[in-house]
Design a protein around this ligand. Structure first.
Ligand SMILES: Nc1nc2c(c(=O)[nH]1)N[C@H]1C(S)=C(S)[C@@H](COP(=O)(O)OP(=O)(O)OC[C@H]3O[C@@H](n4cnc5c(=O)[nH]c(N)nc54)[C@H](O)[C@@H]3O)O[C@H]1N2
Ligand SMILES: Nc1nc2c(c(=O)[nH]1)N[C@H]1C(S)=C(S)[C@@H](COP(=O)(O)OP(=O)(O)OC[C@H]3O[C@@H](n4cnc5c(=O)[nH]c(N)nc54)[C@H](O)[C@@H]3O)O[C@H]1N2
Ligand SMILES: [Mo]
Length: 716
């Protein structure tokens, strides 16, 4: 469950060690699909020689690397005391949290702990992840994180894949798509890169970065003007159709061709194909998210599903299916919520009410605004932060401002399994359990099913789960009278899980026996209760967008940073997934480093020649906006077009010296800005893609640095 793909797995135990992990063919979502991370990651995390399994308090200057071991009791008491001082001086809103994978127990633990103190200020990573798609799905009515396909993909006859490279990022989807293709399904792929899936596509649309909304609108125009829509579905289940038709008409294929770089004939041909072959499904990936026009883009593509009636039928995109009684959304229940007046003070709720605050999908902060507030006290001070299950120094863009903000806090608590560049800056380090030591239940959209992560082994050393840590902190806070709202009623991790299951008639023990419970489902759920929108229909024109003062219809906006200039004449794609890594994780493991040993710059051979760059040369990548430059190793490949270079994300060298452990040089976050130019609905920054220039690094400049990498590696 640490990777959002969540392939079902079988864990083989001998004595008190996990010896092997394999895919579970019986799992209803993944059908046995598996990858190198699943096989190795959980074991590496548990057995990492650099793992820290006891609480520590900073003993030197922040980031100096001097630590003193303390007991859990002392950690809870001292953190509670410091939080009390900060709360008294600056109020509860000055305490913030950061978490990733926020829907899991760690997100619930963090959110409820903050609410106990009276703060709504939580940063999640989903503004960099699937936040735009999920917000769009909330507005259109598709729900979930933007229309799930899961194993329905196998049954599709035409599949539209936009900005997703499942061979690297989603082995289950990849397997299902290949199965559909083997059955004769047609495949349309929209990606600037020649990925593995682009190579097997019937139509590969090599789009100009950040222009996808124009493509979707133009396809909608073709479908409208040629009368290819599913009239019955649209008439009965959609609203705003005429307004949407008019908007789409502004993007005839010739216009869209100029914006997207895709020939008009191809736009017409793929629109016809997607509208006439049934059933059809769409996979919208991260390539169109984390963009300043991300919500509009996702709405435009989701609208293609509605236009063609490919909604919640066999072989199409499903609506989110829920297990009756399962409490996975209880954070919205009044018993667990803060008063609305407080929720409305969430940093970001003023500007982005559909992202932050009580009426939003994410109910989290606008992250860049929180980091700014640390410096500016605007709209109010942020003085303390608790960070868990995320390595924000390595995974937020604009690393310098993240580090500067963390350094300026009065209190930074980091829960982690090892000293990441984020944990290095902490005042208190709290040791966390890793996957094999944790128990979690969640609904798995891919199945759909209720899934369980089993606790296979007892925690190592003194490691605790996020729920256990939150309970310990809550108790220490309560002793000092610092709890404002009693929203965390549990006394153990087990009680928390039992609470989620209590109305399902399934006990934890039942679930342990099988590890998942399939959710019985039918198709066309909307016939029962309609769509979850104000009109109960799929909204081409969104009432909630209109009420929030936004354009209610999807539109195209040109990309801002990703637009090349004379000086920065290449487009940099970031976050390209590689099989061995999960964001910033696994850089300390030999198995992953054997697959990829350095942060790469994928560059076309012609472009490399133009800049006098050879294979394996080190290259400086620089973007505008006075960002720092980043050092990457050239990997010559024609998978990127000549005007584009691409890299991954999250790099650091765990073996290098702290506090940054190489992240301030080798992590692409130093070069990528975190806005402004924000999506007007979700506040997402154009954080994935940026115009850049590349310069070969002179050996004399980087030799010393690389020497440290090599030496540290020798010592590993
Ligand atoms: N191995 C591995 N798997 C992972 C992860 C991991 O770190 N490692 N992370 C997981 C997580 S949290 C996520 S969010 C997913 C992300 O995985 P995906 O959803 O597959 O997204 P990415 O791999 O980030 O990008 C997909 C494609 O988008 C293309 N792209 C870039 N810009 C644009 C654009 O403007 N338009 C279009 N149409 N395409 C564009 C890129 O070339 C890339 O091929 O992967 C998950 N799976
Ligand atoms: N430039 C750029 N930036 C990006 C992206 C991009 O494409 N481009 N992608 C974005 C995306 S999609 C995402 S999702 C974010 C990801 O950003 P993060 O969530 O920050 O990335 P991770 O490296 O997965 O998180 C690592 C931390 O999770 C904790 N952890 C690891 N294993 C375990 C475990 O077994 N149990 C528990 N409880 N905790 C564990 C550890 O503290 C670890 O340091 O990054 C985003 N950042
Ligand atoms: Mo993500």
């Amino acid at each position: 469950s640490e990777c959002l793909v969540r392939c079902g797995s079988l864990v083989h135990v001998e004595d008190d060690r996990v010896v092997k992990i394999t895919g579970n063919p019986a799992h209803p979502g993944s059908h046995g699909a598996f990858c190198i991370k699943g096989m190795n990651g959980p074991i590496s995390n548990r057995e990492n020689p650099a793992r820290i399994t006891y609480p520590m308090r900073r003993a030197g200057q922040r980031g100096e690397g001097l630590w003193e071991r303390i007991s859990w009791d002392d950690a809870f008491e001292q953190i509670a005391e410091r939080l009390g001082e900060i709360k008294a001086a600056h109020g509860p809103l000055s305490i913030a949290g950061a978490v990733s994978n926020h829907a899991q127990s760690r997100g619930v633990a963090m959110r409820l702990l903050l609410r106990s103190l009276g703060s709504p200020n939580l940063m999640i990573s989903q503004d960099l992840c699937h936040g735009c798609r999920a917000t769009a799905a909330l507005l259109t009515g598709l729900g979930g994180v933007g229309a799930e396909t899961g194993s329905e993909l196998k049954k599709s006859r035409v599949i539209l894949v936009v900005g997703k490279s499942p061979s690297e990022s989603h082995v289950a989807d990849w397997m299902h798509i290949k199965a559909a293709k083997a059955n004769g399904a047609k495949l349309i792929v929209v990606d600037p890169r020649k990925t593995q899936i682009s190579r097997i596509a019937d139509h590969w649309l090599a789009i100009n970065t950040g222009t996808d909304a124009a493509l979707a609108l133009s396809m909608a125009h073709v479908i409208f003007s040629e009368g290819l829509l599913d009239r019955e579905f649209v008439e009965q289940w959609c609203t705003g159709t005429e307004e949407f038709r008019q908007r789409a008409a502004q993007y005839p294929p010739d216009t869209a061709a100029q914006l997207t770089g895709i020939p008009a004939e191809t736009i017409i041909a793929t629109a016809r194909l997607f509208a006439t072959v049934k059933p059809g499904a769409m996979v919208l990936g991260h390539g169109v998210d984390a963009q300043a026009n991300g919500v509009n883009t996702a709405i435009a593509f989701q609208s293609l599903l509605a236009l063609t009636g490919n909604v919640d039928r066999e072989g199409t995109n499903r609506l989110g299916k829920r297990l009756p009684g399962f409490q996975d959304n209880f954070i919205n229940h009044p018993d667990f919520s803060l008063p609305r007046e407080i929720e409305k003070k969430t940093i970001g709720a003023g500007m982005y009410p559909l992202w932050s605050g009580p009426n939003s999908w994410s109910q989290s902060c606008h992250n860049p605004a929180v980091l700014r507030a640390v410096h500016s006290n605007d709209p109010y001070p942020i003085r303390a932060m608790y960070v868990s299950g995320t390595n924000i120094v390595c995974t937020y863009p604009d690393q310098q401002s993240t580090v500067a903000a963390l350094n300026k806090l009065d209190l930074l608590v980091v829960a982690s399994d090892q000293l990441t560049p984020t944990a290095e800056l902490a005042d208190f380090f709290l040791p966390k359990t890793t996957l094999l030591e944790e128990e979690d239940v969640f609904t798995e959209a891919g199945g759909p099913c209720l899934s369980l992560t089993q606790r296979i082994l007892p925690p190592l050393g003194e490691a605790k789960t996020d729920i256990e840590i939150a309970i310990g902190l809550r108790d220490a806070l309560r002793k000092r009278g610092l709890i404002e709202f009693e929203v965390m009623p549990w006394t153990s991790h087990r009680e928390f899980i039992d609470y989620m299951l209590k109305d399902t008639k399934i006990s934890l023990d039942d679930l342990r026996a099988k590890a998942f419970h399939e959710i019985p489902y039918g198709y066309e759920d909307y016939r029962k209760n309609g769509f979850k929108t104000p009109s109960k229909k799929f909204e081409f024109s969104s009432r909630r967008l209109k009420e929030a003062g936004n354009d209610p219809l999807p539109d195209y906006q040109p990309p801002v940073y990703a637009k090349p200039t004379e000086e920065f004449d290449l487009v940099l794609l970031t976050g390209i997934r590689t099989m061995a890594y999960q964001h910033s994780r696994f850089r300390e493991t030999a198995w992953a480093r054997r697959v990829q040993d350095a942060p790469e710059l994928r560059i076309h051979p012609e472009t490399a020649t133009r800049f006098n760059i050879g294979k394996n040369d080190w290259v400086w990548v620089q973007t505008a906006k006075q960002m720092r430059r980043c050092l990457l190793k050239a990997h010559l490949t024609d998978e990127v077009p000549e005007n584009t270079v691409a890299t991954g994300m999250g790099w650091w060298y765990p073996e290098m010296s702290g506090p940054d452990r190489g992240a301030s040089v080798f992590n692409i976050g130093v070069a990528v800005p975190y806005g402004p130019t924000y999506d007007p609905v979700s506040g997402a920054a154009e954080a994935r893609n940026t115009a850049c220039k590349v310069v070969r690094a002179e050996p004399s400049e980087v030799d010393e640095l690389l020497q440290e990498v090599r030496q540290a590696k020798g010592a590993r």
